[in-house]
Design a protein around this ligand. Structure first.
Ligand SMILES: Cc1cc2nc3c(=O)[nH]c(=O)nc-3n(C[C@H](O)[C@H](O)[C@H](O)COP(=O)(O)OP(=O)(O)OC[C@H]3O[C@@H](n4cnc5c(N)ncnc54)[C@H](O)[C@@H]3O)c2cc1C
Length: 388
């Protein structure tokens, strides 16, 4: 059966098949060699996931944040690098889709929906760190139909492997107010675009989160997304919700998998003097606590994502809170799962050893936990979110 005709549960079943049949086998090698998860991503694309969040009228699957969350979680149980690479593709496709022109549909969204084009999001810069809404990369109109971009981006997931990148830049004054920047699509084969050395993170090693240098990169004006300088709207209506939900769901997947590893160990483990480890009350109690944390944070993410899909005007604050809560709980769940799994989990090459390294990225991927809590506080106190 074509899963795309079978409704939401059929999509999820297909994602689970891909996670089990492709990602599970690939993940140890991806982590060991820090290779970009090409096989998993190409399989997702060939099975129709490329246009997951692209509106149906543009040839996509027309899915929202809840489906994105569920798919990223499923993928990340086996390979969080694939989860986040796919997630960033979806964030970038959502930015492209909002106000897509005919030319942008033809050049980018059609091949994305046909599974022939991978894209990614390129916002972060060394100079402004976690403040991704303050790009310093310059966008200069060199003729009525051509822009030139110069600058440098850091931690670009899918770096050097995607077919295009949604890149933020400022036209004119680099000190423009926060959020007053533009986003353009830069094809990977653009002249003047070069890549730094391969990504060598302690975790998320398949991400290919590389540095991108743009030296007088010329792109057609037709690649401008929306209008010049209007991205503050995109930050809070598209980029932040999609980015946060994709990341939160990725680390929900890591937490779920870690807890399952611990459960399998404890259910199998027998001691000669006391019998099954699962009989120890303190172990039972710890599982009860960890499962509650996982269930609570999953419900927060899914609930916030569903609110956004239903047009709730307060959904963004719930999405921000859910990612911050997932970040705290994911680090604790994985850490505790490692303890519960004893020496076996602590062995080099174990799935838990990967999860322990992968999960630490959750706090530092922007909007970081600190930034999110500050934004939530500002929102409650009536202070502008981008006050600094
Ligand atoms: C695996 C991975 C994948 C990524 N993928 C992408 C991607 O696809 N696209 C993209 O654009 N970016 C991406 N990033 C970048 C990411 O979103 C962050 O922007 C980046 O990691 C920030 O790093 P930094 O070292 O500059 O942090 P810094 O700015 O140096 O911050 C360091 C710490 O200080 C805190 N901090 C910073 N400023 C303040 C302040 N004013 N007040 C209080 N605390 C503060 C931060 O919360 C953080 O904990 C990725 C990063 C990683 C690690």
């Amino acid at each position: 059966m074509n899963p795309w005709q079978g409704g939401g549960s059929a999509f999820l079943k297909k994602a689970e098949e891909i996670a089990k049949d492709v990602l599970a086998a690939e993940a140890p090698r991806i982590d060991r060699d820090a290779t970009w998860p090409e096989k998993g991503l190409r399989t997702l694309l060939s099975e129709g996931f490329g246009g997951l969040v692209v509106p149906r009228q543009y040839g996509g699957k027309g899915q929202g944040l809840l489906m994105l969350a569920r798919v990223c979680e499923i993928l990340s149980k086996e390979c969080p690098s694939t989860g986040i690479c796919f997630g960033m593709h979806c964030v970038a496709t959502s930015v492209m889709s909002v106000n897509a022109t005919d030319a942008q549909r033809e050049n980018f969204l059609n091949p994305i929906c046909e599974g022939k084009h991978i894209t990614s999001l390129s916002l972060s810069e060394l100079g402004t760190g976690i403040h991704f809404y303050l790009p310093q990369t310059s966008l200069t109109a060199v003729s009525p139909d051509c822009y030139s971009l110069t600058g440098s981006k850091v931690f670009v997931t899918n770096g050097a492997h995607a077919d295009s990148y949604v890149v933020s830049a400022v036209a004119g004054d680099r000190g423009a107010p926060a959020g007053q920047f533009s986003c353009v699509v830069i094809p990977n084969n653009s002249e003047g675009l070069t890549w730094g050395k391969p990504w060598d993170g302690i975790g998320m090693r398949g991400n290919s989160s590389r540095t991108m240098t743009l030296q007088d990169v010329r792109i057609p004006r037709a690649n401008l997304l929306g209008r010049e300088g209007d991205q503050i709207w995109y930050i809070f209506n598209v980029i932040t919700p999609f980015f946060l939900v994709a990341m939160a769901a990725t680390y929900l997947g890591v937490s779920d998998s870690a807890l399952n590893e611990a459960r399998m160990h404890v259910m199998r483990r027998q001691h000669v003097h006391t019998g099954g480890l699962s009989g120890a009350p303190v172990i039972q109690h710890r599982f009860g606590k960890l499962w509650g944390m996982l269930d609570r944070t999953r419900r927060l993410v899914y609930g916030a994502a569903a609110s956004f899909d239903n047009g709730d005007p307060d959904a963004l604050i719930s999405i921000m809170a859910s990612k911050a809560e997932v970040a705290d709980s994911a680090v604790e769940i994985v850490n505790e799962s490692m303890t519960l799994t004893g020496g076996r989990g602590y062995s080099e090459g174990s799935k838990l050893s990967r999860h322990l390294r992968d999960v630490r990225a959750v706090h530092l991927m922007s909007p970081t936990t600190d930034l999110l809590r500050t934004w939530i506080g500002r929102s409650l106190l009536g202070v502008p979110l981008l006050a600094d």
